[in-house]
Design a protein around this ligand. Structure first.
Ligand code: C2E
Ligand code: MG
Ligand code: MG
Ligand code: MG
Length: 280
């Protein structure tokens, strides 16, 4: 009996896997066509000054408006795009669209804000990255000071010379660099010391652990201190309540991004908010 059970289990498992593989293969196929079919959209989530609540930037977050499946979140299709090399293509579209949008807002006379764009590891390691960013800045005519590129700690494990020289070349264009999901992956302090970055973004799993003396509170205090020591701005992600906000303000966190203030939203919605933001 046990043998038979085992066999059944095996069949079940493999058919489940088979299905997963098929689902991914289908998604990957339609991912190829998604750009030309204009199925991607960007949402924008405001980043605010922790002390004043004023919007100082937004993060561009991609969504896939799939004709059959509806809105698909980046957590689902970005990893697929990273695996099959489409990420460079998609990433370029994101950069272009985000820069264009930010320039549009500025031309409307809205108070200039930063546009933060996520870069996947595959994009960062693309030898043409710097030229791509440069061309997009030229084409969209966005002042580079209003573009921020978000990288992850995972790049810190690659050749340090290549990384620092790429980051320096990007910074020479006039853009700023932040480290996303800070604290979740391996990155040594000596690497952080030499990496030319401007900001760290505390991952939301720490923010969401803020509660009356938890270890996460201590870790956040260390990160804020680290930011001061290295002359980096610190942003906390995933702020959802008043208590978390108060803790971060009291500990001199610079910027906040989270549902407590704003969720990611379409450009038109943000535009209305920015019109109000002018008078803050
Ligand atoms: P991320 O870059 O760390 O982006 C922040 C994510 O946290 C977003 O999820 C945002 O909606 C969510 N978030 C923000 N505040 C809160 C909060 O208070 N509570 C909770 N529960 N969540 C909050 P989203 O949009 O689903 O994006 C997930 C990830 O997908 C991003 O994490 C990023 O790694 C990746 N991603 C999104 N857009 C792009 C893109 O254009 N290119 C690349 N390469 N990756 C992207
Ligand atoms: Mg990000
Ligand atoms: Mg993050
Ligand atoms: Mg991330």
């Amino acid at each position: 009996i046990s043998k038979e059970n085992g066999k059944n289990k095996y069949t079940m498992c493999s058919s489940f896997l088979q299905k997963q593989i098929e689902v991914n293969a289908n998604l990957t196929n339609s991912l190829h066509l998604a750009i030309q079919r204009k199925e991607f959209i960007l949402n924008y989530q405001p980043q605010v000054n922790a002390q004043t609540g004023e919007i100082v930037g937004v993060e561009a977050l991609i969504r896939w408006n799939h004709p059959q499946k509806g809105l698909i979140s980046p957590g689902v299709f970005i990893p697929l795009a990273e695996k099959n090399g489409l990420i460079n293509h998609i990433g370029q579209w994101v950069l272009q669209e985000a820069c264009e949008q930010n320039n549009k807002w500025q031309k409307m006379g809205l108070k200039p804000i930063k546009m933060a764009v996520n870069l996947s590891l595959g994009q960062f390691l693309n030898p043409n990255l710097v030229e791509i960013v440069e061309n997009i800045l030229k084409k969209t005519q966005l002042d580079p000071a209003y573009l921020e590129l978000e990288i992850t700690e995972s790049i810190a494990t690659y050749d340090v010379e290549y990384i620092t020289s790429t980051l320096n070349r990007l910074k020479d264009l006039g853009v700023t660099i932040s480290i996303d999901d800070f604290g979740t992956e391996y990155s040594s302090l000596s690497r952080l010391r030499i990496m030319p970055v401007d900001k760290i973004k505390i991952d939301m799993r720490f923010t969401q652990g803020i509660y009356r003396g938890t270890k996460d509170e201590s870790i956040i205090k260390v990160m804020l201190q680290l930011g001061k020591t290295f002359g980096l701005k610190v942003l906390a992600e995933g702020v959802e309540n008043e208590y978390q906000l108060r803790f971060l303000k009291e500990n001199q966190c610079d910027e906040i991004q989270g549902f407590y203030f704003y969720k990611p939203m379409p450009a038109e919605e943000l535009e209305l908010i920015l019109r109000g933001n002018k008078n803050i």
